[in-house]
Design a protein around this ligand. Structure first.
Ligand SMILES: *Cc1c(COP(=O)(O)O)cnc(C)c1O
Length: 427
């Protein structure tokens, strides 16, 4: 792929982009280019429509919505799980839309973490999202262990990425479960989940993935890979709305496991309302639901999911790779030398890159503030990373071209000096 620096080239790319039409189905912030969809995806008209349908159903049906909604609410989590399944390569009933990301980690790890004798450790890495590490430590304590001893964190050699070989080397006899991210939230490195699954299984280790930074932008093939479990949030690349319900994947080979944090929504639907004292597992991913479906936080996901299925996850990935590469090209060509000094933290190889580009700069926080002042919405992660996510369904090549010009103008105009390095307002 040959890129050029001109504005005309960006416009040509947009004219040829088969996904360009989706941009108008989203609400955009006034006078802004939104590059933060890796933190909170924009609202689409499609998501709004399914949310408004739910509000109307509540208005006119009341309690009758559980059986009588367009999709009966009682089955909504399962129906959406099945709508999401093709995005992650899951089979029927291996996915369910339920809970929150960290809560789902707890319920899955409480099920699959079974320390026994010497085989009692959990393997993770030091670059994973902190919430995941807090939850893993808590799970170890709940089973009577000591996180200082039983939580093994693979170290990063460069502070940005994790070597897959280092993870494999850490899969020793005493590890019982490995929990890894699909895409690292700072650098955007994508792990080879198929390889991690295979290597873990060779050593009798259960493996699960946090796919918060990949679902909706990278295709997955959990069922083909045989991964044991996964979970992710639906408010980043899935555009499901702030704090929207998360998702769970449980490989069907584990459906007979007793959920570690059982609740009545995991019960077999046909006996659920007999209200028996003993749990009758639904015997599918449904069993990992805990309580009543959070309908208002779930409904927008339906519209968003249908739109993504219409676009096709392979097409989304194809554009994502092209547009992130284009962004890296512009930074390399225009902005890597003096006086700009921007660098790229994200792996260059397509196979090792998720949906965002991590840009580093010694004044990253001040540049982040200057970008916002100039109408570009990025986000900042300490100590020196600006994350830029050109979301395939709503960011154009021309937008990316303008973002690169803005990064340049901030340095040319001395804008950095206008902002403080006080980080108390980072979100
Ligand atoms: C966004 C994200 C989370 C968020 O967890 P919540 O429980 O939804 O707040 C967790 N893990 C990773 C890797 C994430 O990227």
């Amino acid at each position: 792929m040959e890129f050029r620096l001109s504005e005309g080239f960006a416009l040509e790319m947009d004219a040829k982009d088969p996904l360009a039409g989706f941009k108008d189905r989203f609400y955009h912030l006034e006078d802004s280019i939104y590059m933060d969809g890796n933190s909170l995806g924009l609202m689409s008209k499609d998501a709004e429509r399914t949310l408004l349908r739910l509000i109307e159903e509540w208005k006119v049906l009341g309690i009758k919505g559980w059986g009588g909604g367009k999709i009966p609410w009682i089955n909504y989590a399962d129906e959406l799980g099945n709508l999401q399944a093709p995005l992650v390569g899951a089979e029927e009933n291996e996915c369910v839309v339920t809970g929150g990301t960290t809560v789902n980690l707890h319920t899955l790890v409480s099920t699959f973490y079974k320390p026994e004798g010497k085989k009692k450790k959990i393997l993770a890495d030091e670059l994973n999202f902190p919430s995941d590490l807090y939850a893993l430590s808590a799970q170890i304590r709940l089973k009577g262990g000591d996180p200082d001893e039983d939580l093994v964190l693979v170290k990063s050699r460069d502070g940005m990425t994790i070597e897959e070989d280092d993870i494999i080397a850490a899969m020793t006899d005493d590890v019982q479960l490995a929990l890894l991210p699909s895409v690292y939230y700072k650098s955007g490195q994508l792990l080879n989940m198929e390889r991690m699954t295979k290597e873990a299984h060779k050593r009798g280790i259960i493996v699960g993935f946090d796919c918060s930074h990949s679902t909706g932008v990278v295709p997955h093939h959990f069922s083909k890979w045989g991964s044991d479990f996964a979970f992710w949030c639906n408010y980043k690349y899935m555009n499901g709305g702030p704090g929207s319900t998360g998702s769970i994947y449980v490989n069907k080979k584990h459906w007979d496991e007793m959920p570690g944090m059982a609740g009545w929504f995991g019960n077999n639907r046909s006996t659920m309302f007999e209200m028996r004292p003993e749990f009758d597992s639904a015997g599918s991913a449904t069993a990992w639901q805990i309580g009543t479906t959070t309908m208002l936080s779930t409904a927008p996901i339906e519209g968003s999911l249908r739109m993504m299925r219409e676009a096709g996850i392979e097409n989304i990935r194809e554009k994502s790779l092209k547009i992130t590469k284009y962004l890296m090209y512009l930074i390399d060509e225009m902005l890597s030398g003096e006086p700009y000094n921007y660098g790229i933290a994200t792996p260059r190889e397509d196979k090792r890159r998720g949906g965002h580009v991590g840009v580093f700069h010694k004044d990253a926080w001040r540049i982040n503030q200057a970008l916002v002042a100039k109408g570009v919405i990025p986000d900042y992660r300490p100590p020196n990373i600006i994350r830029l996510a050109p979301i395939p369904l709503y960011v154009s090549y021309h937008d990316v071209w303008k973002v690169a010009q803005t990064l340049k103008a901030i340095i040319d105009d001395g804008d950095v000096e206008k902002f403080s390095d006080d980080k108390s307002t980072v979100t």
